[in-house]
Design a protein around this ligand. Structure first.
Ligand code: GLN
Length: 254
């Protein structure tokens, strides 16, 4: 029997649920980023935690959610998303300040900052949830990444990067992790991803969460805390397969 923590003692599991808003999956869903949504849903379902999932399309009014996800995409898909999301920038910043959880992957991550300047074409406005900006470089970063966090156990995050954007963090926006294999944000300062409040950005495709269950559970816990106003320790799951996949990538460049 898995050791069960407060979550069972505090309230009947059937009362627990989170809402997940998937931002622009028709435009931003590169390299299997949908796998992140599947992982969040399954890891809640396996614990009896309900999930209200909603896809948000171009032109939709973004609803209030406990957790938002935005995937990666090519420059051309980012143009339409940038325009649509920027119109709701104030609302999204309000959600951030209410401790909603955001996870942005690559192109989605770039649009959570102030702007993304593609190599060719106009600057794309971001929604400023992260104090960061991105400028496309001439070189494309492609390969596996291993990076180390200061808030997860195990401390490693693994994934696959494929981007030309170089992201630079400012002020209170801190790196998600420090790179030991691969390039990360810009291939220069050894940082990977970003975090401010409960907003998380990363270049790690793969998709990210199936091979990093500890991060998935961390995000679910934050979303529960945002909704119910108290901290939860989740029931442990048997993650032998997940960590076998995780460990198979560690420190491998390709
Ligand atoms: N178009 C962006 C870049 O090349 C993001 C790519 C992606 O989402 N993988 O940096």
């Amino acid at each position: 029997m898995n050791e069960v923590y407060d979550i069972i003692n505090v309230m009947d599991n059937t009362d627990l649920k989170i809402s997940i808003g998937h931002l622009y999956p028709k435009q931003l869903n590169l390299y299997g980023d949908m796998g992140n949504i599947i992982t969040l849903k399954k890891r809640c379902e396996w614990r009896g935690i309900g999930v209200n999932y909603v896809e948000i399309d171009l032109g939709d009014k973004i609803p209030e959610c406990d957790l938002y996800f935005i995937g990666g995409g090519q420059d051309k898909e980012q143009i339409d998303v940038s325009k649509a999301m920027y119109l709701q920038k104030d609302f999204l910043q309000e959600q951030r300040d209410k401790n909603a959880v955001f996870l942005g992957i690559c192109g989605g991550y770039q649009l959570l900052g102030h702007y993304y300047q593609p190599f060719d074409g106009e600057k794309l406005s971001g929604v400023g949830l992260l104090d960061a900006y991105t400028v496309a470089g001439k070189k494309r970063f492609i390969g596996n990444v291993t990076a180390h966090t200061d808030f997860l156990t195990p401390d490693t995050l693994v994934g696959f990067e494929n981007h030309s954007g170089l992201t630079y963090l400012q002020n209170d926006t801190k790196p998600l992790a420090v790179v030991s294999t691969g390039n990360g944000n810009n291939g220069k300062d050894n940082t990977e991803g970003a975090r401010y409040k409960n907003v998380f950005g990363t270049y790690l495709h793969g998709s990210l969460l199936p091979k990093n269950p500890h991060l998935a559970d961390y995000l679910i816990s934050l979303a529960l805390e945002k909704r119910f106003g108290e901290k939860f320790k989740l029931e442990k799951l048997n993650d032998a397969i997940e960590y076998s996949a995780h460990n198979s990538v560690i420190n491998k460049a390709y």
